[in-house]
Design a protein around this ligand. Structure first.
Ligand SMILES: C[S@@+](CC[C@H](N)C(=O)[O-])C[C@H]1O[C@@H](n2cnc3c(N)ncnc32)[C@H](O)[C@@H]1O
Length: 328
């Protein structure tokens, strides 16, 4: 059993408080965060949450740290990064406001976040704003725990990989939220690139993949990840390597091999190879889980393929033959 795998049998016994802030993270994932804080983390290295939203996940983690016998609240810090405001392109929802909707006089839910996290404010360090502005490019302090619930675009993932993955050391723990999101394939192929240096905790917990770093990650691997320096075929191979390691999630509800196959279609889609994307996605339309949960993804990939096809002039077989023999 992996070191983090020891936490799985404890999940059922975790009691979360009723007053937890609104969260987009499932109860299973919150329990895992709480367990990590309580049973695993020490606070010796940086404890970092990227994408705290309204504070639900932050609360679960902070609660665990408070109950930990080793985390020292006077010296240990939990770093919370988020825009802490709603608006175009933020991926933050109005539900992060305590009232559940945006007030007329502003778009920031930072005060709401502070109010809810009040019991933990003494060891909470809040970084409010765009992560490209609020993170320090020169900070090289090692990270003990990284909760990634922010990498919803390739632009943000680049910041995460340049400024945070580079600070992972043996023993660091990473949680990738939304690992069941096929539209975020950078989570999947970067994990594939890291496989020789990490140990996957066990089956994903709902949409979360957890791993521990077991060997130093070479600089050139980190550079390739942050510069997105892999060909389409290399990315597909990296995702296949992850498919070999994971199957259904811990609760049995999410078939990760199929989800990751659809993520491959998105790698091709983002590379502008719509025909190839659809050739990967089409056979997956008969997958019961994907057809039920990802109909919009199939629609997007099919439309892109058909739009491409309609824009490409059709050449008759005779004309094609003439061209080939140099008579057309
Ligand atoms: C899925 S939500 C986080 C949910 C949260 N962990 C919870 O427990 O409900 C993603 C968060 O990432 C934040 N985010 C996305 N891009 C960001 C950026 N460039 N800088 C800072 N925050 C960002 C959004 O504001 C949003 O709150």
């Amino acid at each position: 059993m992996t070191k983090l795998g020891r936490l799985y049998p404890l999940l059922d016994g975790v009691q979360l408080p009723d007053n937890l802030p609104y969260t987009q993270v499932s109860t299973w994932e919150l329990k895992f965060l709480c367990l990590l804080g309580r049973q695993h983390l020490t606070g010796q290295g940086r404890v970092v949450e990227l994408g705290s939203g309204g504070g639900g996940s932050t609360y679960a983690l902070a609660l665990g740290l408070r109950e930990s016998p080793v985390f020292d609240e006077t010296t240990g810090r939990l770093h919370a990064y988020d825009f802490f405001h709603v608006g175009k392109g933020t991926f933050a929802t109005e539900k992060f406001f305590t009232s559940g909707t945006k007030p007329a006089d502003g778009n920031s839910f930072l005060d709401d976040f502070r109010d809810r996290l009040e019991p933990f404010l003494p060891f909470l360090e809040i970084h409010a704003g765009d992560i490209w502005q609020t993170s320090d490019p020169d900070d090289t302090t090692s990270i003990e725990f990284l909760h990634i619930d922010i990498a919803k675009t390739a632009r943000v993932f680049r910041c995460v990989s340049e400024r945070f993955l580079t600070r992972l050391v043996p023993g660091s723990v990473v949680l990738h939220q939304d690992f069941a999101g096929p539209r975020l394939p950078w989570l999947h192929h970067s994990t594939g690139a890291l496989l020789p240096y990490i140990e996957i905790a066990g089956p994903p917990i709902r949409s979360t993949l957890a791993f521990e770093v077991t060997r130093p990650i070479p600089e050139d691997v980190l550079k390739r990840i942050s510069e997105d320096d892999y060909t389409l075929d290399e990315k597909l191979a990296l995702i296949s390597a992850v498919q070999d390691r994971i199957d259904r999630d811990h609760t049995g509800g999410i078939p990760f091999k199929s989800v990751l196959e659809l993520a491959k279609a998105y790698v091709a889609h983002y590379a502008g190879e719509h025909k190839r994307a659809w050739s990967i996605a089409d056979p997956l339309t008969s997958d019961a889980y994907l057809s039920r949960t990802r109909a919009d993804h199939f629609e997007q990939l099919r439309t892109a393929y058909e739009t491409d096809r309609a824009a490409t002039p059709r050449v008759s077989p005779v004309a094609r033959l003439k061209r080939l023999v140099g008579k057309g």
